[in-house]
Design a protein around this ligand. Structure first.
Ligand SMILES: *Cc1c(COP(=O)(O)O)cnc(C)c1O
Length: 369
């Protein structure tokens, strides 16, 4: 070889493994010679309802403008978010998915010599964002699969710039309560930015649950990230956003690519935010599906981690790899989470009732029950 190009990369990048997404239906069909129509995918926390008609119409209407650049400031979408959630436009940053936002935050605030704190079993994008900019990842051991917030606060040093916390977390589905969050925020220095990732918050039953938006004014170092990929059903279009102090938003805006959210995504997001009925249906389907899977696991004698997301991590009590393979052969795609230090679990996204049923039957078959 002329040159070992890997050795030229940042040391943190050399240590990364590429993110492994859920296996696409087409790929499984090719590999196992299966009919794509007979495969179900419960592997990427996608909305099983399919796109809302209101969204399809909005995208259709935006199509004639494909030759033009999108509105680089996303004014209409920011306006819609502002009306819905009550934040002034300078507090809103839009992203090409909320992963884009997470990366903007990493690029703007982390660098070699600084530390970024996140939990064991947390979303895979946090270490990627950290190591991609040469910062030092500090992974704090989980407690009962969830974030150990006091331990995370204790892991903060003068070098810490960012803390990533997810509520609920993916892939565990675990969550924390308001009082624990407040105690945590009260113990974090003002100069450390806390990124509260609420990708699944729309699935969380309202009421007692923690809502990051309630805290943005009180804690200027808090950044709340949300996405249109999950409950709003726009995963393919890539739209996310964050609410933060205007000065934080200004910094993010300096490193943001000028047209990071495309015009179809902008139009779809505005329509999706206005479609209360779709959101309500997504939520209800998810609640029912969650109960269905929990009942099914119970009947199979399996344990699971209680989840507030649109997915659930089931404990097979042994290496989950062979079970995952067996499910693939039966045309059912779920997500192995060995890369999250959870080798005995599989993460299953909540599907339509018939998909959940088919998964449970396939699982019983693979387990020989
Ligand atoms: C799915 C997910 C996201 C959102 O990803 P997008 O880039 O918005 O599609 C963010 N955080 C977590 C924890 C997730 O699971």
């Amino acid at each position: 070889m002329s040159c070992d190009f890997l050795s030229l990369a940042l040391p943190g990048v050399q240590k990364l493994s590429p993110y492994v997404p859920g296996k696409p239906v087409e790929e499984l069909a090719r590999e196992f010679g299966l009919n794509p129509d007979e495969i179900i995918k419960l592997a990427s926390n996608e909305n099983p309802l399919g796109p809302a008609p209101s969204v399809l119409e909005a995208v259709q209407q935006a199509l004639p403008e494909l030759t033009r650049y999108p509105d680089g400031n996303g004014f209409t979408l920011k306006q819609a978010l502002s009306e819905r959630f009550g934040f002034a436009l300078p507090m809103i940053t839009l992203g090409n998915g909320s992963n884009d936002i997470l990366e903007l935050i990493g690029r703007a605030f982390a660098m070699p010599g600084t530390e970024v704190v996140f939990s064991q079993h947390a979303f895979a994008v946090y270490p990627i964002v950290t190591q991609a900019v040469g910062a030092t990842p500090v992974q704090v051991p989980a407690r009962n699969w969830g974030h150990d917030l006091p331990a995370m606060a204790a892991a903060i040093t003068p070098a810490t710039r960012l803390v990533f916390i997810a509520n609920p977390n993916n892939p565990t589905g675990t969550w924390f309560e308001r009082a624990d969050f407040e105690a945590f925020m009260d113990s974090v220095p003002d100069s450390v930015l806390v990124v509260l990732d609420e990708a699944y918050t729309e699935y969380v039953e309202a009421g007692a649950a923690l809502n990051g938006f309630d805290y943005v004014e009180r804690y200027p170092n808090l950044i709340v990230c949300r996405t249109l990929s999950k409950a709003y059903g726009l995963a393919a279009l890539r739209v996310g956003y964050c609410i933060s102090h205007p000065q934080v938003a200004d910094v993010l805006n300096r490193v943001r690519q000028p047209f990071n959210v495309n015009s179809l995504a902008l139009a779809a997001a505005v329509a999706a935010l206005a479609d209360e009925a779709y959101l309500t249906e997504s939520r209800q389907l998810n609640l029912d599906g969650m109960r269905q899977l929990e009942r099914g696991f119970s009947e199979l004698g399996l344990q699971w981690i209680p989840s507030r997301g649109n997915f659930i991590a089931v404990d097979l009590g042994r290496d989950a790899g062979p079970v995952y393979q067996g499910l693939l052969r039966a045309g059912v795609i779920v997500r192995p989470v060995a890369g999250y230090e959870m080798p005995n679990h599989l993460r299953v996204s909540i599907g339509l009732q018939a998909e959940n049923q088919r998964f449970l039957e396939a699982l019983a078959g693979v387990l020989g029950q």
